[in-house]
Structure formats: C-alpha cells, structure tokens
Design a protein around this ligand. Structure first.
Ligand code: FAD
Length: 432
C-alpha cells in the first residue's frame, strides 16, 4: 500500500477499537489491521463489560451495543472439594439505569465496536497479520504485513495486539513474557433457555449474576474461576499461571472439567449444551511487569502492555482506557503540530499515571509475587475456612466453646502461630 496514514493501529480488540475510534473522531487518518477473519473472532473474555470505560469513549453506547445482561448480583465463592464459603452482594441500586456492568459476548461486541470505528472513518483490514514493525533510524515508520507488497507507512503505530505481543518482542521493545507473569485461561459457553437461567439464578429479564471463584477450583495453583450469566447462555472458565500449569503438570481442560463437576457448579449448568470452547493468555504480572509503553513513533495499549488488574478481574476496561489515552495523546500532538517523537509521546505515560489504570496496578504491585510464593492462600486456607464454617453450622452435640477451640487448633496445626501472623501480614501487604 503506497498510501500513508497518520496512525496504524494493530489489532481490533478492546484497546485497538478504542484507539482507532478515538483517533478517527479526532480527525486523524487511521488504518487498523486485524489478523482475525472479523474483529473479535480471535478474542476471548469472560466477559464482563465495565460501562464506565466505554461511556468515556462512546457515551450513548447503550443505544445499540450488543449487551447480554446487566449485573445485579456479585458472588464470591471460596471452594473446597465439596463446598463453598461465599459472599453474595445483590442490590436494587444495580437495577437503576445507567447500569454499571454488563455481560457481553466478545465476538458480537467487537464487531459492533469496530463498526463504530469504521463509521468514524477508520479503515479496518481483517485477515491480515502484521509481521513486523518498520524501523528507520530508530523510529517506527510503519508496519510489514503478510500481504503481498504489504508494507504500510504511518507517523505512529499503536500496538494493541493483545497478550504476549510478538511485535513488541521482535522490535526489542519488551522481553519475552515470563510464565510466572501470564495466566492461561479456558472458558466454555453453555446454552440454556432464558427462563431456565432466570429461575436458576433468581433473576428477571436482562438481570445477571457474576460468580468469581477461588480455592480448590485452581487445584493448588495461583488462579481463579468465573461463571457469568448471558441472555441464553452461561459462560464459565478457569485460569492459572502458566508456570504453575507447567510445574503441576495439570492441563487447563482437566481443571475446567473438575470445576464443572463441582457440586455447587454442576446444577447451574445441568442440561446445557456446550457450543463454544476457547483458551487464551491473560497477562497477570501486574505493575512490575509493565514494559516501556512508548518510544519513537510507537505506543502500546491493552494486554500487550500488561494492563490487567487480575484481582478485580478487570482487563477490557484497562484496554479501552489505555487505547483511548494513547489515541488522545496523538490527537493532541497532531492538533499542536508536534511530531510523534518519544519525548512528545511521553505524555501518554503521564496520562496513564494520572488514570485509575496505573493507580490500581500500583496499589496491587506486590500481589502477584506474594500469591505466587504463598500457595497456602489457594490451598490450606480455603480448606480450613470451609471446615470451620461447617463445624459452626453443624449441630452435633459438641458445645460451641469446644468447637471454637478445635477450629483454632486446626489453624495453628496447619500454619503455626508465626505462620498465621506472617500470612496475615503478607495478605495485607498484597492488598494494601
Ligand atoms: P485483545 O482483545 O486480545 O485484542 C488483540 C487483537 O489483536 C486481536 O483481535 C488479535 O487478533 C489482534 N492481533 C494480534 N496480533 C496481531 C498481528 N500481529 N496482526 C494483526 N492483528 C493482531 N476482562 C474484563 O474486563 N472482564 C472480564 O470478564 C474478563 N474475562 C476474561 C476471561 C478470559 C478467559 C480471558 C482470557 C480474559 C478476560 N478478560 C476480562 C481480559 C480481557 O479479555 C482483556 O484484557 C482484553 O480483551 C484486552 O484487550 P486487547 O485489545 O488488549 O487485546
């Protein structure tokens, strides 16, 4: 292609579409390149959409975006083999418009988002893979694609190519992602009639429930599970760190099968028809794993920049926000007639630092390391807590004081007094 663009955006996922849309709205000439057959065809998410991030880009998105259900209830379950200890939070406040969180199906959502970008003026080319960045005198000046004669030039390139950006590694902008900084997640979509879902989860039309799971569900590895209600389907999945899968020689499929067979999960999906299965990486190294995200003529947004808040299961909103901020930086520079040099693009980093993205990731900067080195949070404590709760609930002739003593003894026997104090301190450090 001989035509030159202001910006090339690689990827048509959450970050890429947010960036491309914002750039086109700002009057820049944008080429977006996506390797999938259609936007979203390669993308995997649970998927909860956080309305706040999208409404900053497309305020009236609720008019026509393909949304499944708005979430009115959040459950958090810590499982052992037979039980769960959990909290449920349900509020009528979540039933008041504008709703705050929705379930979505990514392939539908990404196509809608990309259509918005194209309507704003973006040229999107699908079924095309960017194979490398064109770099001249240390500056990114375009991309090379797998199409014949497929070099395209631009003043800047935004890498929004998702987890494990091969392009950034090839260009030397970041190192290979470490197995302890990335999770592998598998998910399935199970179809059920709408009225069955609503009866099983005690919800009305359009209302939804999200269940986040920890404990035995990850088989002693650092990871979590999830189950979300769509209109006529349930999405469920589980993800653990790649290094743990390797070490424990457990396959993600076995883990998901085990999760589906859990006595608290099986009845929720009973009688369903499984139609979709997908696996995908999630960068979960957190703040300390974030690479350099800008340079001469380039910026990185979304999963490619490790922008995922694993503990709160937020990724799509960080992707959209970083895509938007990268684009806003370029729009402002273009309006001011300034070139896309590294020193000018440093404004992107300033915008990131000011946003919830970096503030949240910084808050949890110690968490990945602490949880990685302290698997008792995924093994010993779920078991102990479940047994303690069961003992309190079960009426079996044992007096309550003796029960409390037994519970205390079980905690000390498993972790020792110093171990318990140490764990409390570590947990506090991880989340403070
Ligand atoms: P992606 O959505 O992965 O998009 C990258 C795009 O780039 C893809 O379309 C890909 O095909 C394209 N691409 C890659 N390389 C090239 C190339 N060389 N040339 C051209 N195109 C290329 N987040 C939430 O907010 N809520 C959730 O409920 C949630 N659940 C999740 C559940 C699972 C199982 C997983 C795996 C993730 C989940 N996430 C969730 C995280 C969320 O999906 C990601 O953070 C988000 O999709 C990142 O968006 P992105 O645009 O950076 O990357």
């Amino acid at each position: 292609m001989t035509e030159k663009f202001d910006v090339i955006v690689v990827g048509a996922g959450m970050a890429g579409n947010a960036a491309a849309y914002t750039l086109a709205k700002g009057g820049l000439k944008v080429l977006q390149i996506e390797r999938g057959e259609t936007p979203g065809s390669k993308n995997v998410q649970g998927a909860i959409l956080y309305a706040d991030a999208l409404s900053k880009i497309i305020p009236d998105f609720r008019n026509d975006a393909p949304l499944e259900r708005h979430l009115i209830e959040q459950r958090v379950w810590v499982t052992d083999e037979n039980s769960f200890v959990g909290t449920h939070y349900r509020s009528e406040d979540f039933n008041k418009e504008p709703y705050n969180r929705y379930t979505i199906i990514r392939v539908h959502f990404d196509q809608w988002f990309n259509k918005k970008a194209r309507e704003a003026g973006v040229l999107t080319i699908c079924e095309t893979t960017v194979t490398e960045l064109l770099i001249e005198d240390g500056k990114v000046v375009g991309v090379r694609t797998d199409r014949q004669g497929g070099e395209v030039r631009a003043d800047a390139v935004i890498l929004a190519d998702g987890a494990n950006s091969r392009l950034a590694v090839k260009a030397g902008f970041q190192k290979e992602i470490k197995p302890e900084n990335v999770a592998l997640a598998v998910k399935e979509i199970h179809f059920l009639p709408q009225e069955v879902i609503e009866a099983r989860f005690n919800i009305g039309e359009d209302e939804g429930v999200a269940i986040e799971l920890a404990g035995s569900i990850s088989a002693g590895m650092m990871g979590t599970g999830f189950l979300y209600t769509n209109k006529e389907s349930i999405t469920l999945g589980v993800g653990c760190m790649v290094s743990d899968f390797k070490e424990n020689k457990i396959t993600p499929y076995d883990l998901l099968d085990k999760m589906k067979a859990h006595p608290s999960i099986a009845p929720l999906i009973a009688g369903s028809e499984m139609k979709e299965y997908a696996a995908h990486l999630i960068p979960e190294g957190g703040y300390n794993a974030i690479p350099k995200v800008f340079g001469e003529g380039w910026m990185i947004a979304g999963d490619a920049g490790q922008f995922v808040n694993g503990i709160h299961r937020e990724g799509s909103n960080l992707a959209m926000t970083t895509g938007m901020l990268a684009a806003q930086t370029l729009v402002e520079l273009k309006a001011a007639g300034k070139p896309f040099t590294a020193s000018n693009l440093a404004e992107y980093k300033r915008k990131l630092d000011d946003s919830f993205v970096m503030k949240d990731l910084k808050k949890y900067r110690r968490m990945p390391d602490i949880f990685h080195k302290n698997k008792q949070f995924f093994t010993t404590y779920p078991d102990l807590i479940s047994k303690a709760v069961q003992s309190i609930i079960r009426v079996d002739g044992m007096d309550k004081k003796t029960k409390e003593k037994e519970i205390r003894k079980s905690f000390v026997a498993s972790r020792s007094i110093f171990g318990l104090i140490g764990d409390a301190f570590k947990f506090w450090r991880a989340v403070e």
